[in-house]
Ligand binder design. Structure first.
Ligand SMILES: Cc1cc2nc3c(=O)[nH]c(=O)nc-3n(C[C@H](O)[C@H](O)[C@H](O)COP(=O)(O)OP(=O)(O)OC[C@H]3O[C@@H](n4cnc5c(N)ncnc54)[C@H](O)[C@@H]3O)c2cc1C
Length: 527
C-alpha cells in the first residue's frame, strides 16, 4: 500500500479502519477530528479520523491497519492533559480514542485486584468498587470524572491516595498492551497462562516500563489495579500560612510520616477569586454534597454546621492555604492522626475552617474546570522536587514574575501557584497560568454545566497567547535548573535532555523494537 498516491492511500487506510471498528466508530467528520485534535491548552494538526475500538481485538485491527498504511496513531483517553501528549503533529495520522474500552473485566475482592479496560474513567471505577467496599491504592486525579485509567498510567498522575502511595503507577499490578504491529503483550504475574495477575514484582518490572511512557511504547487496553479496603472514616484539616518556606516545612512534616492520604493547596488569592466568582447557589450545593457524604446524621450536622460557621472567612487573611485529608479504620484512629497532623504543622500555620478539604472528600471527582471560574483559558505547569529544593524554586519563580509582571498585566495574563505531594518525599509545585482568550471547541464541549453563565468566553488575545507560550518555555527551563522531575511528560518536559546515555540508549532500543516505524505517539518522551 505504501508509496501510492497519498489521497488513494488515505482512502485505503480509512477503509481498513472502518473494517476494523465499523463505520460508526471510525469518524472522519470535521467536528470529531477537530475536537480530538485539541487538549486543554491547544491544538496542532488534525487527524484523518477518530477511531474508537470497543475491544482489544478491535484495537489490534486498528494498529495493524495503521502499520500497514504507515499512519501515526495518537492515543487519547479523557483528553484532560495539556502537554501536547496526544495531539497529532503530522498529516498522516489517526486519533485512537479509548472511550469504548470501558468494561470492568474482573473484581477479585479476596485477592485485592481488579482488571479494568483502559478507557474506564476513575470515577466509574470508584463507583464500581465502592459496592465491594474497595478502591485502588491510587484512586484517581481530580479530573477523574473524565480522565481515564489508561491516561493516568501512561502519563503519571497524583492526588487520591498519593499522600501515602505516590503516583498512579503505584496502583498498577499488570498491563495488557497492544503494540504497533497489532500484537498483544501482558506484564506482571498474569503474563503466564492460567496465572493470577495479583503480583507485579515477578522478575524485571515490565509494568513499570510502560507506566509513564507517555503512550510511546504501545496502547494500553487493560490495567490490573491493586486494591485496598475503603476506610471507615475520614476528615480534612485546613491551615493558612504567611510564609512559603514554613508551608513547605509543615507539608514535609506531615508527609514524611504518611499522616495524610492527600495534600493539596494554593495561593489564597486564587481561592479568593474562585470564591468571588462562584454563586451562592454553588455554596449551597457544596454544603449539601459535604453533608450527604458524612457517615451518619450527627456527623452530617456537625460538618454542615462547621462549614456554615466557617463560611469563607478563612479566605480573609494569609498568603497560602494547605489542606490535609486523612482517614482511619475507626473514630479513635482518626482522632489520633488528626492530632498528629496538627502537631506536625505546629506554629507554622493557623488552622482555619476546613470547608474546602471537606468538599474535596465529599466530591472527589467534580466536573473538571477546564477554564477559570470566570472563563479564562488555563495552562498548568508542574515540577516535582525534593522538599529541600522547593523554597528556592519558589523564590526564583517570584523573581521571574517580578520581571514580567507589567507585561502580564498589560496582556491580561495571570499566574498562581498550587501544590500537592507525591508520596513521602516529593513536593509537587505547580504554576497555573490564566489568560483572556477565545475558547477552543474542546472548552465549549466540556464546560461544566455549573459554570455556564458564570464563565464567559473572552476575545481573541494573540499577544497574551504568545506571552503564555514564552512563559511555558521559560518556566520549564527554570524548573530544569532546580532539578525538577515531571509527570505528564508528553512532548512538553525535557525527559531526554542530558539523560544518562546508557539509559537513553536502552529506552530508544525498546521503542525501536516495539514500534520500529515510530508510529505510536511520535515525539512523546522526546525519544
Ligand atoms: C481540571 C483538571 C484537573 C486535573 N487534576 C489532576 C490531578 O488531580 N492530578 C493529576 O495528576 N493530573 C490532573 N490533571 C491532569 C490530567 O487530567 C491527568 O493527568 C489525567 O491522568 C489525564 O488522563 P486522560 O485520560 O485525560 O489522558 P489523556 O489526556 O487522554 O492522555 C494523556 C497521555 O496518555 C496517553 N494515553 C492515554 N490513554 C492511553 C492508553 N490507553 N494507552 C497508551 N497511552 C495512553 C496519551 O497518548 C497521552 O500521552 C487535571 C487536569 C484538569 C483539566
Amino acid at each position: 500500500m505504501r508509496g501510492q498516491d497519498p489521497g488513494a492511500d488515505s482512502a485505503a487506510l480509512i477503509h481498513a479502519l472502518v473494517r476494523a471498528v465499523g463505520r460508526d466508530c471510525a469518524d472522519t467528520s470535521k467536528e470529531a477530528r477537530e475536537l480530538a485534535s485539541q487538549d486543554v491548552y491547544r491544538s496542532i494538526d488534525m487527524p484523518l479520523a477518530v477511531v474508537r475500538p470497543g475491544s482489544t481485538q478491535e484495537a489490534q485491527a486498528v494498529l495493524r491497519a495503521c502499520h500497514e498504511h504507515a499512519a501515526a496513531t495518537f492515543v487519547r483517553g479523557g483528553g484532560m492533559s495539556y502537554t501536547d501528549a496526544f495531539l497529532p503533529n503530522r498529516e498522516r495520522s489517526i486519533v485512537l480514542d479509548t472511550g469504548r474500552l470501558n468494561a470492568v473485566r474482573e473484581i477479585n475482592a479476596e485477592d485485592l485486584y481488579a482488571t479494568v479496560e483502559a478507557g474506564c474513567t476513575w470515577a466509574a471505577v470508584d463507583a464500581e468498587l465502592a459496592a465491594h467496599g474497595l478502591r485502588p491504592v491510587f484512586w484517581g486525579p481530580m479530573s477523574g470524572r473524565l480522565a481515564t485509567v489508561g491516561g493516568a498510567m501512561s502519563q503519571g498522575a497524583v492526588t487520591f491516595g498519593s499522600g501515602r502511595h505516590g503516583p498512579s503507577a503505584s496502583a498498577a499490578l499488570g498491563l495488557e498492551v497492544v503494540l504497533a504491529d497489532g500484537s498483544v503483550l501482558l506484564t506482571g504475574s498474569g503474563g503466564q497462562p492460567g496465572h493470577s495477575p495479583f503480583f507485579r514484582e515477578y522478575g524485571p518490572d515490565l509494568t513499570g516500563l510502560f507506566c509513564g511512557d507517555a503512550g510511546a511504547l504501545g496502547v494500553k487496553t487493560a490495567v490490573t489495579l491493586k486494591l485496598e479496603p475503603r476506610p471507615a472514616t475520614g476528615e480534612g484539616l485546613s491551615f493558612s500560612f504567611n510564609d512559603f518556606s514554613l508551608l513547605v516545612e509543615a507539608i514535609r512534616n506531615v508527609s514524611r510520616h504518611g499522616l495524610a492520604t492527600e495534600v493539596f493547596g494554593a495561593e489564597t488569592e486564587l481561592m479568593r477569586q474562585a470564591a468571588g466568582a462562584a454563586a451562592l447557589k454553588q455554596d449551597a450545593r457544596n454544603l449539601f454534597t459535604i453533608m450527604r457524604a458524612a457517615s451518619g446524621p450527627l456527623q452530617a450536622l456537625r460538618k454542615g454546621l462547621r462549614v456554615v460557621l466557617g463560611g469563607r472567612r478563612f479566605l480573609k487573611a494569609s498568603e497560602y492555604l494547605a489542606h490535609f485529608l486523612t482517614e482511619g479504620a475507626d473514630a479513635e484512629e482518626l482522632r489520633m492522626t488528626l492530632r498528629r497532623i496538627r502537631r506536625a504543622v505546629g506554629e507554622r500555620g493557623v488552622e482555619v475552617a476546613n470547608t474546602m478539604a471537606e468538599y474535596a472528600r465529599a466530591a472527589p471527582f467534580p466536573p473538571p474546570m477546564i477554564v477559570s471560574p470566570t472563563g479564562r483559558r488555563l495552562l498548568p505547569l508542574h515540577a516535582i522536587v525534593p522538599f529541600s529544593r522547593a523554597s528556592n524554586l519558589h523564590e526564583e519563580y517570584l523573581q521571574y514574575m517580578e520581571v514580567i509582571g507589567a507585561e502580564c498585566e498589560q496582556k491580561q495574563v495571570e499566574a498562581y501557584v498550587v501544590y500537592s505531594t507525591s508520596g513521602k518525599a516529593g513536593f509537587l509545585w505547580e504554576v497555573v497560568i490564566y489568560w483572556e482568550d477565545e475558547w477552543l471547541s474542546f472548552h465549549r464541549r466540556h464546560l461544566p454545566e455549573e459554570m455556564s453563565g458564570v464563565a464567559r468566553e473572552g476575545r481573541a488575545n494573540p499577544e497574551g497567547r504568545e506571552l503564555v507560550e514564552r512563559m511555558r518555555v521559560e518556566l520549564i527551563e527554570l524548573m530544569y535548573r532546580h532539578g525538577a522531575a515531571h509527570l505528564q511528560i508528553g512532548r512538553a518536559y525535557p525527559y531526554a535532555r542530558d539523560r544518562d546515555p546508557g539509559a537513553l540508549r536502552l529506552l530508544r532500543s525498546v521503542k525501536q523494537q516495539l514500534d520500529p516505524l515510530g508510529l505510536i505517539n511520535p515525539g512523546a518522551l522526546g525519544i
